[in-house]
Design a protein around this ligand. Structure first.
Ligand SMILES: [Mn+2]
Length: 483
């Protein structure tokens, strides 16, 4: 948290690690968007805060703002609207917030508010936004500003893409509700058809390449996540079930970041790991099972999204090792191919070819039998990351776009199915899910693996698990007064 943002405001203004420069950094982002779009733009923040009634998936996270608004302002407060008016002589940017409300602040803490000259001054000082007004005046100000436009267009943001060859939209969120409200206001002004345009693509083009502050924040998120994973490996022999493992790793991550988890972790033992979005967490851990863990923490507005798969016993059995190394090899291939100018679709080809090749030549050729849970590929190997754990358009139309320097992507090959192998007189027969996931920052000629500090090879994982047993780490379940 930057020194210039007082303790009081750190919850509602994220300086992104830029400290004193944060206000200029956000201002530059707004300027760039205005330059690119060239006409009026209005954006909405989330309607409800943590614990409020909302469809927003980060509603229970301390970082919950609509990512488009977060990216442009750092303002982490519900009920905020942003108006950008590039050709205005009055003010080219206005933040709309509700009236200052001391009773609400007593319940929920400090908020940016309009109403008094003092509270407006304070909001401008902390956020650097040039004009701050009462959200109750939005409709009036918007219509006035629209009538003055020479170019009768308004840019707004909603999520839209192509799915199965058809244009499709997300219509259940606050962005879509706001779009409907704007359409109504424009109709009253007899605006021409097509006056409302989606700036999603322009916005993502600017937002997805991370700047140096966000790249540093993403690296820090990865480092915290990695330390928590190492601690989890060192205590793993104490865990009897998925819930204990989950609460330990999540508690450890949250102990080192006030910004919340990237998403609720997937902690799946044995066959549960073959359910991609397993959430049950109520099973005991079997001794010879693998445990798949998909977890990550936020730092500022950036996310880590990591998956590791570890043997509950502390040692991979021969079949688990062969299968694990097939997945690992595919992951390394993807990493060495990832660079600017390449596409995610190409990474998909490399990944699943490599996994299927490995299965054929290293497992089946040695007598292994398998029944996979899917045809050809179980899921995409990469998604974009940034202000959201899954960033960019949710329909992933970016998969055939050329990757840009500064893009952050996941690298997560997996293998899920029933496997059987007779090896040195012993039969191994298990339903297994293996996934290994790192986060990569794309550069001109290659990529930077932000997850380098997180144990990944068979030897590294076994070494960390053994070191916990050797050092007799205390039992965290017992320390918590466990049953
Ligand atoms: Mn992921």
């Amino acid at each position: 948290m930057g020194a210039v943002v007082k303790k009081k405001y750190s919850g509602i203004f994220r300086d992104g690690g830029a400290g004193k420069n944060a206000r200029q950094r956000y201002r530059d982002r707004r300027k760039k968007l205005m330059d690119e779009v060239g006409h009026l733009i209005v954006l909405t923040g989330v309607p409800y805060g943590p614990g409020g009634e909302t469809i927003w998936s980060y509603a229970y996270s301390p970082t919950y703002q609509e990512p488009a608004v977060m990216y442009l302002t750092g303002v982490n407060q519900n009920q905020a609207l942003l108006l950008l008016d590039p050709h205005s002589r009055q003010s080219d940017e206005i933040l709309f917030v509700p009236q200052k409300d001391p009773v609400k602040e007593f319940w929920d803490g400090v908020r940016f508010g309009a109403g008094s000259p003092k509270s407006i001054q304070e909001t401008k000082r902390v956020t650097g936004l040039r004009d701050v007004r009462d959200i109750a005046d939005f409709d009036k100000v918007f219509q006035e500003r629209f009538s003055r436009q020479r170019n009768k267009k308004v840019g707004a943001f909603w999520l839209e893409g192509i799915r199965n060859g058809k244009k499709t939209r997300i219509t259940g969120d606050h962005n879509w509700s706001f779009r409907k409200r704007l359409s109504g206001l424009l109709r009253k002004r007899n605006a021409p058809r097509g006056a409302l345009v989606n700036i999603m693509k322009t916005h993502f083009d600017l937002r997805l390449p991370l700047d140096s502050y966000d790249a540093a924040n993403a690296l820090k998120a990865n480092e915290i996540t990695g330390r928590s994973f190492k601690a989890t490996l060192r205590h793993f022999h104490h865990f009897k079930n998925e819930a204990q493992t989950k609460s330990f790793i999540e508690g450890n991550m949250l102990m080192h970041s006030p910004y919340g988890l990237s998403y609720p972790s997937i902690i799946a033992s044995g066959p549960n790991a073959a359910v991609l979005h397993y959430m049950k967490d109520d099973d005991d851990i079997g001794r010879d099972e693998l445990m798949l863990m998909d977890f990550g923490v936020r730092w500022m507005t950036m996310h880590a999204d990591i998956t590791r798969t570890v043997p509950a016993s502390g040692k991979f059995n021969p079949m688990q090792k062969v299968l694990y190394e097939i997945v690992l090899k595919a992951q390394l291939e993807v990493e060495s191919a990832a660079k600017a100018g390449e596409t995610i679709n190409k990474l998909n080809e490399i990944c699943w070819d490599c996994v299927n090749h490995g299965l054929k030549h290293e497992f089946k050729a040695a007598g292994g039998i398998c029944k996979l849970k899917y045809k050809n590929k179980p899921h995409g190997v990469s998604h974009l990351m940034g202000e959201q754990e899954h960033d960019g358009d949710p329909f992933r139309n970016y998969a055939d776009a050329l990757m840009q320097p500064g893009w952050m992507i996941s690298n997560e090959p997996g293998l899920y199915g029933e496997f059987r192998w007779k090896y040195k007189g012993k039969v191994y027969d298990q339903e297994i899910g293996i996934r290994i996931e790192d986060n990569l920052l794309i550069t001109d000629k290659s990529c930077r693996n932000l997850s380098k500090s997180i144990p990944k090879t068979v030897a590294e994982i076994e070494r960390w698990m053994a070191s916990g047993k050797r050092d007799k780490t205390p039992n965290p379940v017992a320390l918590a007064g466990g049953l």
